[in-house]
Design a protein around this ligand. Structure first.
Ligand code: SF4
Length: 290
């Protein structure tokens, strides 16, 4: 299996990804002493224990590591590694138990996981995906994992796109594909449903950066009652700023976890909303992918 050489590895295509990832893992670990990996910018010392909004310390845990076939067709089968904990608090999270608890699951060993990933590749997996929760909060572990993977493996960074510049600098050239969420078209909805400030500015910054540094697929999960406030502005921004870029409009919203806190999230998306969302995408000429 081969893939395109990662873009922009320290500005040189001759530098091996694994070696850089090893060095960057050390830098990322040191950065935990004053954590600004995501746009919450907590500035806390995670080396002495969990102290920031994600409640993650220096050690990563994972709650899933298996080959999956439910992601974008061009990426599957993928060996998916889901790290526990997240910097967002989406009340409609489908993995809330693990995503809201950075200590859920099993302690992550990069070496042990690399063995599993290589076995999955040998058994037919096309890609390796690192996700969460949110993997940005565990950047040291993620980079150490990358350092132990084959140079030719196609790597996917599945993210909520709420990372900050220090994380982006360490991620440049590490992953072939960014599979990034653009969940909310409104800062009010982001604050109310996920307790996250400055959402649209941060996500747009990350999407533009990711598009310049890797392949990019943008996901939007259609939510009931959020077509006009969320999907419409997301779709319009994508059409204007990432024209032709790949977009996956997800239809699988389920009113689980703490969705009942919000009246409009107590039911699935209606057929009429799904139809209108698809029509809007077609009207704007978005490049929808399955
Ligand atoms: S990863 Fe984000 S939420 Fe977690 S401590 Fe660092 S800045 Fe705060």
């Amino acid at each position: 299996m081969t893939c395109a050489a990662p873009k922009n590895i320290a500005g040189s295509p001759t530098v091996a990804r694994s070696g850089l990832a090893r060095e960057r893992a050390k830098v990322a670990h040191a950065a935990l002493a004053d954590c600004h990996l995501c746009a919450h910018h907590c500035g806390v010392n995670r080396l002495v224990g969990p102290a920031g909004l994600c409640h993650a310390g220096a050690e990563a845990h994972f709650f899933l590591a298996q080959t999956e076939v439910t992601d974008e067709l061009e990426l599957i089968p993928t060996f998916a590694v889901a790290l526990s904990g997240c910097d967002l608090r989406c009340d409609f999270c489908i993995t809330g138990t693990e995503s809201w608890n950075a200590r859920a699951g099993t302690r992550f060993s990069a070496a042990g996981m690399a063995v599993q990933a290589k076995a999955a590749l040998a058994n037919g997996a096309k890609t390796i995906m690192v996700l969460g929760g949110e993997p940005t909060i565990h950047l040291p572990a993620a980079l150490e994992f990358v350092s132990l993977l084959p140079e030719t493996a196609k790597l996917i960074w599945k993210t909520n796109a709420y990372g900050a510049e220090p994380a982006r600098e360490l991620l440049a050239g590490m992953f072939d594909v960014w599979l990034a969420d653009y969940k909310f078209g409104s800062d009010d909805c982001a604050q109310r449903l996920a307790k996250v400030p400055n959402y649209t500015r941060v996500v747009r910054e990350n999407l533009l950066w990711a598009n310049a540094h890797s392949e990019l697929i943008v996901r939007h999960l259609l939510m009931p009652g959020h077509l006009d406030c969320c999907w419409k502005p997301v779709a319009e921004w994508l059409a204007e700023n990432l024209s032709g870029g790949k977009v996956n409009l997800r239809s699988g919203f389920w009113p689980g976890w703490k969705s009942a806190r919000h009246p409009e999230l107590r039911s699935p998306v209606s057929d009429d909303e799904s139809r209108r969302a698809g029509q809007l995408a077609r009207d704007l000429g978005l490049n929808l992918i399955p």
